[in-house]
Design a protein around this ligand. Structure first.
Ligand code: MGD
Ligand code: MGD
Ligand code: 4MO
Length: 855
């Protein structure tokens, strides 16, 4: 009523309803179901029935969407840096210093396409590099893997190749023991919820904080399920140097190892299992290889160091009696291991010097415990909901309208179901994202691929510049989060000032982070200002079946709720306009509008079997009915445990990756779980020995020399409130959460959590501004003094959207809160391209703005 229209849309943190009046968003709310929506599943266990509430939850950054749309730093008009002249002086050294002037769309687009043509003619293929984030506002048409990929394939571009940052240790380590390359090394995701409710007695959360990270994209869907586990009296243990939000909600035993020493803790637990015969001998004998050699290592038969709880106490700071008690209880009870927030692997302590060692230990421990028998598995109630796994709607990594069969997951389903003109990038040069600054400034870089089709793909190195290709001349930056999100990120600020980079375009929604270094800014709009369609929490690709985290699968019409603000345009429209100037307009659009594409995707998907197009447009969403109880997907790894062929609904691994018959065994050479992986034996990598022996972090509690100057270990986890940079800064409502940022003298400072003891010894009081620093840089945060961290540890979040140096960019103190300025860019191994930002030592002191001049 009152001229208010209710639309729907979808976000990284849940689907929402959007109330609009007079072309303005009034409010944004989560979706409650009606009686007309299909039934909700229920599970009977231990004499009770468990059924989730009939609604969709929403994350803080979803609810804050309105303030992101109307942010005070929206890019509303095309802009040109005042002292950038494409036909004269370009002044790259002034990027980030000089201001901007408004120009017309026509002028902006012409400058960009003229530059494309110029560098292609003058320098040759590869001169245009494209750098995007890992994430995106939700959708299948507007996503970077969709419209952007389609456009740049038609231009030809050097891809800035992402390391598997969400999966690091799992990808480079764990997958060699148990396969799962197509999930980048993490495990199967079916049946865990029912199994936990029926069988499980204890859950060990190991660097797992789903109440902060929601697994990924799943809002608070898993919370109710974890509360069921609590209600059933399942015992909880939390292994995390930070008393995290999940621990605070569920309670239980807190074990706080020194960051990065976790592999030692895991080895001591395994040692107790070995010596006290608390492991599954039958499983180990029949389903695994290499255990004898591993057992010898644990017992210290060769190196003379038995991996006892006392040995681990010295490394980890965890009392030997606690380690022994945990090992005994774990060995005797039916236990689930939650590794990382998603539970089945993915994240956790994988982004540190010892990340691959840790992820390897997680799967090796589960192999000792006989994974797949009732009540013994990976999980934390985040995955394994009883869904209809046969229902298909494309996830974003299935490439949307890209038509790209090589680089997206389009070849799995999309290309057969959603006909479109295919596209392919003729440029084979790639550059590792983690070394983009070196590639530009020093002219060379080397990387290893994120390659999901097999576990050996990661061993193949690539080099920049690639033979026959031009060095990068144009950086086309889509979004601009990386000073907040990439390790040792002052490098990015320095890169932008380089003479080697004649042209920088930023296609961004907000003027934040890296956007201030662009020569031309093309203003994009949010998903609330354009049309799209999507399934909630469906990633596709490596994130196969991510929707398993939800209580209900939902396909959402992403209505265009309001007109784009100012002169901003959807990314699709920007790429269409650029295509037109390259003579590629119809090839890009196929004569279709964004709404036409949405309809094509909808009609190619199984959603069209559930609801008519008209009804879908009107209602805005459709809930997928749950699978009938007797058809429910089986428990993960039950097939492997029981020695049967694989019977769970996933298309992994590729047929050629089985060593026996199709569906027989894991994706390893032996088909068994390999304690000493054959694939690692073949490469002889000193940083990843086949025998997963404990190696200390290169920057941590044992690097005594550094520790003298920088005695604190910095942890930079994922923000509970924003989704990386999305939702942070920009005058968003999230700024008002004092746990996220704190307003001091008109500036919202990023938070750092420090211990009572470290605060006292430095004269720091609650909410004081503090300067965190090391040899790499210096960042100011507002102190939050808390007992949730032990002395010696500073806990903060990565991913500040705001980069605000007080002096020279790239060297001076940042008051925006980009703690990644402090983190180490060292790869976890010389033969991998991986990040280990949690291996970082710092010092801190009180700060006041007057110190800015000195810094
Ligand atoms: P995002 O914020 O996801 O971060 O790091 P990034 O991928 O760098 O970046 C998305 C960018 O795309 C933003 O700039 C956003 O504004 C832009 N964008 C989003 N939607 C649109 C759109 O519709 N149009 C346009 N034009 N732009 C859009 C994430 C990365 O961070 C990840 S995934 C992990 S797992 C790592 N975690 C991590 C850590 O644990 N510790 C430390 N220290 N660092 C970390 N960095 C990594
Ligand atoms: P992290 O916050 O990096 O999240 O999900 P995760 O990788 O699970 O780490 C989880 C916990 O590990 C933290 O509580 C941290 O204290 C602990 N930890 C860190 N180092 C160590 C260590 O050495 N030992 C031990 N024992 N614990 C350690 C990441 C996932 O989250 C990803 S990859 C993405 S892209 C999404 N990002 C994201 C976001 O940015 N915001 C929100 N709200 N949700 C998100 N969900 C996703
Ligand atoms: Mo990630």
């Amino acid at each position: 009523g009152g001229g208010v229209t209710r639309f729907t849309n979808n976000t990284n943190g849940g689907p929402v309803q959007v109330y609009v009046k007079d072309g303005k968003i009034l409010r944004i709310t989560p979706i409650d179901f009606t009686d007309k929506d299909p039934d909700t599943w229920a599970i009977q266990a231990r004499g009770q029935e468990f059924r989730p509430p009939r609604r969709a939850t929403a994350a803080p950054y979803a609810i804050a969407s309105k303030s992101m749309v109307y942010a005070n730093n929206r890019n509303l008009y095309p802009m040109k840096r005042v002292d950038f002249d494409p036909h004269g002086e370009r002044n790259p050294q002034n990027r980030g210093k000089s201001g901007y002037e408004r120009i017309s769309w026509d002028e902006a687009l012409t400058i960009v396409t003229d530059e494309f043509k110029r560098v292609k003619k003058e320098c040759g293929p590869g001169a245009i590099a494209v750098s995007h984030g890992s994430h995106h506002l939700w959708g299948n048409v507007g996503y970077y893997l969709s419209a952007m990929q389609r456009f740049f394939n038609n231009v030809g571009f050097t891809r800035v190749h992402h390391n598997p940052d969400s999966w690091e240790g799992w990808y480079w380590g764990a997958q060699h023991h148990w396969g799962h390359s197509m999930r980048l090394g993490i495990g199967e995701v079916t049946g865990q919820v029912e199994d936990i409710l029926k069988e499980c007695e204890m859950m060990v959360f190991w660097s797992s904080d789903p109440e902060a990270t929601n697994g990924c994209y799943a809002a608070y869907e898993g919370t109710v399920r974890r509360l069921w586990a609590k209600q059933l009296g399942i015992k909880f243990v939390h292994i995390d140097p930070y008393w995290n939000h999940t621990a605070a909600l569920l309670k239980g035993k807190w074990i706080a190892p020194r960051p990065g020493t976790d592999p030692a803790l895991a080895q001591a637990i395994s040692y107790v299992w070995l010596t006290e015969e608390l492991y599954d001998k039958k499983f180990v004998a029949e389903r695994t290889t290499g255990f004898e050699e591993w057992a010898e290592y644990l017992a210290g038969r060769k190196d003379g160091v038995p991996k006892t709880p006392e040995w681990a106490e010295a490394e980890t700071g965890v009392a030997a009696r606690d380690i022994r008690a945990l090992a005994r209880e774990w060995g005797k009870r039916k236990t689930y291991l939650a590794a990382g927030g998603y539970g089945n692997g993915f994240g956790g302590a994988c982004r540190t010097a010892t990340g691959a060692q840790w992820a390897r230990m997680m799967v090796m421990m589960m192999a000792m415990q006989g994974i797949g028998k009732p009540g013994v598995n990976f999980g934390n109630m985040q995955t394994g909901v009883p869904h209809d796994y046969s229902f298909w709607f494309p996830g974003y990594a299935e490439g949307g309208i890209s038509g790209d069969l090589n680089f997206t997951g389009a070849a799995v389903n999309s290309y057969q179901r959603i006909p479109l003109i295919l596209s392919m990038n003729p440029v084979k040069q790639v550059v590792p994202r983690l070394q983009l600054p070196e590639a530009i400034m020093e002219g060379k870089a080397q990387g290893f691929f994120t390659e999901p089709s097999c576990k050996e793909g990661q061993f193949i190195p690539y080099f920049y510049p690639a033979p026959g290709y031009s060095p990068i001349q144009i950086l086309y930056k889509y979004g601009g989060a990386q000073i907040g999100t990439m390790p040792d990120s002052n490098r990015w600020a320095r890169m932008y000032r380089s003479e080697n980079l004649p042209f920088v375009v930023s296609q961004s929604i907000w003027f934040e982070g890296e956007a201030q270094f662009a020569d031309i800014i093309l203003p994009a709009c949010t998903n609330f200002e354009r049309t799209d369609v999507s399934e909630w929490c469906s990633a596709g690709g490596y994130g196969h079946q991510f929707f398993t985290q939800l209580n209900h699968r939902m396909v959402i019409m992403q209505h265009k709720c309001i007109e784009p603000l100012g002169e901003s345009k959807s990314d699709y429209q920007i790429f269409l306009e650029l295509s037109k100037r390259l003579g590629l307009g119809p090839v890009f659009s196929e004569g279709m509008t964004e709404l036409d594409w949405v309809k094509r995707i909808f009609e190619g998907s199984d959603a069209a079997d559930l609801i008519s197009w008209k009804e879908f447009l009107k209602k805005g969403y459709v809930v997928v009915p749950p699978e009938k109880e007797k058809l429910r997907a089986p428990r993960a790894y039950a097939w492997f445990n029981e020695g049967r062929k694989k019977d769970i609904p996933e298309p992994h691994p590729l047929p050629g990756d089985y060593s026996g018959e199709w569906l027989e065994g894991l994706g390893t050479q032996s088909g068994k779980f390999e304690f000493i992986p054959n694939s690692l034996l073949k490469v002889d990598d000193p940083d990843r020995p086949a025998l997963n022996r404990y190696e200390r972090s290169w920057e941590g509690a044992n690097t005594t020399e550094l520790l003298g100057r920088f005695p604190l270990q910095l942890m930079s986890a994922h923000s509970r409130y924003s989704f990386h940079s999305m939702g942070d800064g920009k005058g968003s409502a999230l700024n008002d959460i004092e746990d996220h940022r704190l307003l001091v003298d008109g500036h919202y400072y990023w938070r750092a959590r420090i211990s009572v003891e470290d605060a006292r010894s430095r004269g720091i009081a609650q909410n004081d501004l503090i300067r965190l620093f090391n040899d790499r840089g210096s960042v100011v945060c507002a102190a939050q003094i808390t007992s949730r961290v032990r002395p010696g540890i500073v806990h903060s979040y990565e991913s500040s959207a705001v980069y605000k140096p007080v002096g020279e960019a790239g060297t001076s103190t940042d008051i925006g809160g980009c703690v990644n300025i402090l983190t180490s860019n060292r790869s976890q191994g010389a033969r991998s391209t991986s990040m280990g930002p949690n291996a970082t030592l710092i010092q801190m002191e009180k700060w006041n703005p007057a110190m800015a001049e000195a810094a």
